[in-house]
Design a protein around this ligand. Structure first.
Ligand SMILES: Cc1ncc(COP(=O)(O)O)c(C=O)c1O
Length: 459
């Protein structure tokens, strides 16, 4: 009897996962041992989500390549889901880190490297005042807290399908027309409707309605959405977003944690956006944990009225309620300087973007040759293959069209063929060390995958 398509895909996934287990015996055993001491098997719960059924244990990584404990080699397009966008162990970062480790890591005192870093962040992103944090999650939380302090408003508006890290207010999507919990987020007793509003991306009318109550402190958004596949921004949406937020006294926070792949100043500098605050993280210190958020002159002045810059007579001056004794530590600042000075440079961005374009063109060629209803998106050094004929307009369209089964199969196949992509969707990120040969390797593997699914009759 002929198998149905989902059954056939399941069978192919089983086959790929079995192949993966056979060729990764040591990783499999390490993963088994890890169950005894880690809540979710590995040091971070994210590490359990790879399509092979368990993660590979990394032995070493350099540039765009990783070798695992079983001796398998990979071209790494996941790059730590962006934390590794500088490439693994880039020389300039390693040297800066080693130098600083010898001179002290964390003293809760500024170092002179921070003067250079602050100036460079302002130059790149166009905002005058910066705060360093230990992650992009923390940067988002800090920016939200400040937005609430200076507006006195409780709510945060996000777009359905967003992801901004471990930020409670952003764990939402539209469910039955109301604020609901985002896909795969479990209830935790928090009344999200009391702290969040959520509308579809690119929907100006819904945004207008949601902000008209003037109870929203800030809109938190990526400049285009990258965490639900890639959702491009519609013409005129940014202009409308800025106009409505200004008119309703709502602050605009642009999260460039992923879209920094657009260029040295992120999507914001490339397209002349004017956020009140800007957040980034992940790759910004070359893989050393770090986040940043910048504030406009106006936001800073409003904040200083509530929390003065310094009051020398008060021993314990008021603080911001934002955690982070390790934030802006000497090690992070030294590596951030190395990244901004030597790694995420305009010249390196040119190479990274050219390679992303090459990967996207090659993948499109494979898709067109086989007349598949798929498409490829690109934002600077980041490309994405999506199993729909056209880019989605918003989160609802992604939910309606997403092919989780095909994604799992493709990702398991990639891992068996020496390609790493981020486990959450089919995204490819380039680092300065990614080469045209690495891209070519992907093209060949992707072509073989298409042959596999064609021969099996599942597409
Ligand atoms: C847009 C965006 N912002 C913030 C974060 C949080 O980053 P981190 O987990 O490094 O704190 C992520 C993580 O994927 C992200 O995609």
């Amino acid at each position: 009897m002929q198998q149905s398509v989902p059954e056939t895909i399941d069978r192919l996934i089983d086959r790929e996962q079995e192949r993966f287990r056979r060729t990764h015996p040591r990783s499999f055993e390490d993963w088994r041992k890890g169950q005894a001491h880690f809540l979710y098997g590995g040091p971070s719960h994210w590490m359990r989500r790879w399509a092979g059924g368990f993660p590979v244990y990394a032995a070493e990584a350099k540039g765009a390549h990783i070798r695992d404990v079983d001796g398998n080699a990979y071209v790494d397009f996941a790059l730590g889901d962006t934390g590794g966008m500088c490439g693994h162990a880039p020389e300039a970062v390693t040297e800066a880190a080693v130098r600083q480790l010898r001179r002290g890591t964390t003293m809760m005192l500024p170092t002179e490297d921070s003067l250079w870093v602050g100036q460079e962040l302002s130059r790149r992103f166009g905002l005058p005042y910066w705060t360093l944090t230990t992650s992009a999650t923390d940067a988002n939380r800090g920016a939200i807290r400040i937005a609430r302090m200076i507006t006195g408003r409780p709510k945060v508006l996000v777009f359905s399908g967003c992801y901004h890290g471990g930020v409670e207010e952003a764990h939402v999507e539209i469910r039955d027309g109301k604020v609901g919990l985002r896909n795969m987020i479990h209830p935790n007793g928090v009344n999200h409707a009391a702290v969040s509003k959520v509308v579809e991306f690119n929907d100006v009318e819904a945004l207008e309605r949601a902000l008209s109550d003037e109870d929203v402190a800030c809109v938190l958004t990526e400049p285009l959405m990258t965490n639900f596949g890639m959702i491009p921004v519609a013409d005129g949406f940014h202009a409308a977003l800025r106009e409505i937020t200004r008119r309703t006294g709502t602050l605009l926070i642009i999260d460039e944690t992923h879209t920094i792949s657009s260029g040295p100043g992120g999507y914001t500098a490339l397209h002349g956006l004017e956020p009140d605050m800007l957040v980034a993280g992940k790759a910004i210190a070359g893989g050393i944990p770090a986040g940043i958020f910048g504030t406009s002159q106006e936001v800073a002045e409003r904040l200083w009225k509530i929390v003065p810059k310094v009051d020398p007579r008060v021993r314990q001056s008021a603080h911001l309620g934002i955690g982070g004794t390790l934030a802006g530590n000497a090690l992070t600042v030294a590596t951030m300087r190395a990244v901004l000075e030597h790694v995420l440079t305009p010249a390196n961005f040119e190479t990274m973007i050219a390679n992303a374009s090459l990967l996207a063109e090659d993948a499109r060629h494979v898709i067109e040759t086989h007349q598949l209803p798929w498409h490829v998106m690109q934002t600077g050094a980041r490309a994405e293959i999506m199993f729909t004929p056209r880019p989605p307009k918003n989160g609802a369209e992604v939910i309606a069209s997403r092919r989780g089964d095909l994604e799992t199969l493709l990702h398991a196949f990639y891992m068996n063929e020496g390609i790493l992509v981020t486990p959450f969707h089919t995204m490819f990120l380039m680092c300065p060390a990614t080469s045209a040969e690495d891209v070519d390797r992907h093209t060949q593997v992707f072509s073989r995958f298409v042959d596999l699914v064609r021969d099996a009759g599942v597409v």
